[in-house]
Ligand binder design. Structure first.
Ligand code: GUN
Length: 283
């Protein structure tokens, strides 16, 4: 291994410690920052993510409210809950865990969340604000990635950034954030003709496709910074990323591990957005 490891656990702990101080300051003014999390259905991975988000709230002095609904729930019940939380002055952030069961129109659900409580940053208005370079809430995973790049002083101005994956949650907002920092951005996806041609040009390579170990060392430019957003479970039960860590870390300058890389930072930035929401609503 020659690459520098970007430790998501350590960086997330630093972020949380700053947030705990800010949460304490709000509490001294009689305001307890609070995040409401809605989980629909019994997707095992989603249940783990929600549990981790709630545990991180407790560690940071943020109150969490958790609402679970059966997978066949009438969407009207979930809309009514969001509406109630929108009007609750003691709730500052609202998160609906994705994916939702098929009877839901996801965009309609996300757009029911009050824009000032949309701590995931998925509401169309918040994505629009981000696209205009005036972000209100930055989606948590790309926000965490930007913090990781800043932590190693990655040089972004004029850098070639290649993102593999075009999701609304990661790929697209990631592109907007890197663009705002002066990167030349390429987004690759399942229809990209020659993926390695693009990845080999990347100074900053972001893998967010959900395919175990698909980016190998031979696809990476020597000295690149590699950020692995993927979390995949292998048949033996072990977790791995979208990047083949063993071969990639022989080539690149810095790399995030899986687990212990982007995952903890996503949660830390959710807490950051919740605190930001509480501070703004308390003004
Ligand atoms: N599912 C996978 N990632 C996320 C996320 O960042 N937020 C929500 N709400 N659901 C997700």
């Amino acid at each position: 291994m020659t690459a520098r490891l970007i430790d998501g656990h350590a960086l997330a702990a630093t972020v949380r410690s700053d947030l705990a101080t800010r949460a304490g300051a709000l509490k001294a003014r009689g305001i307890t920052p609070a995040l409401a999390v809605i989980l629909v259905g019994d997707d095992a991975a989603s249940a783990v993510y929600v549990r981790n988000k709630i545990a991180a709230c407790e560690k940071t002095g943020i109150r969490s409210l958790h609402f679970s609904f059966a997978g066949d729930v009438d969407p009207a019940v979930v809309f009514a809950k969001i509406d109630e939380l929108n009007r609750d002055a003691e709730v500052h952030g609202i998160l609906v865990q994705l994916p939702l069961p098929k009877q839901f129109e996801t965009d309609a659900v996300l757009e029911t969340i009050a824009v000032e409580k949309d701590v995931d940053g998925f509401h169309a208005q918040n994505i629009g604000a981000l696209a205009q370079g005036k972000p209100r809430f930055i989606p948590c995973t790309p926000y965490g990635v930007m913090k990781m790049l800043a932590s190693i002083n990655a040089s972004l101005e004029g850098a070639e950034a290649v993102i593999v994956g075009r999701s609304n949650i990661v790929g697209k907002p990631m592109a907007l954030l890197l663009l705002a920092q002066g990167c030349t951005v390429t987004i690759c996806h399942s229809q990209t003709r020659d993926l390695a041609f693009h990845t080999r040009r990347a100074d900053i390579l972001i893998a967010a496709v959900g395919r175990p170990k698909m980016i190998t060392g031979g696809m990476i430019k020597p000295g690149a910074v590699v950020i692995d957003v993927g979390i995949n479970r292998l048949p033996d039960g072990k977790l791995c990323g979208d990047v083949d860590f063993a071969s990639a870390s022989e080539v690149c300058a810095a790399i995030t591990p899986v687990p212990g890389g982007v995952g903890p930072m996503t949660i830390a930035m959710l807490l950051a957005n919740t605190l930001e929401a509480a501070e703004r609503l308390a003004l």
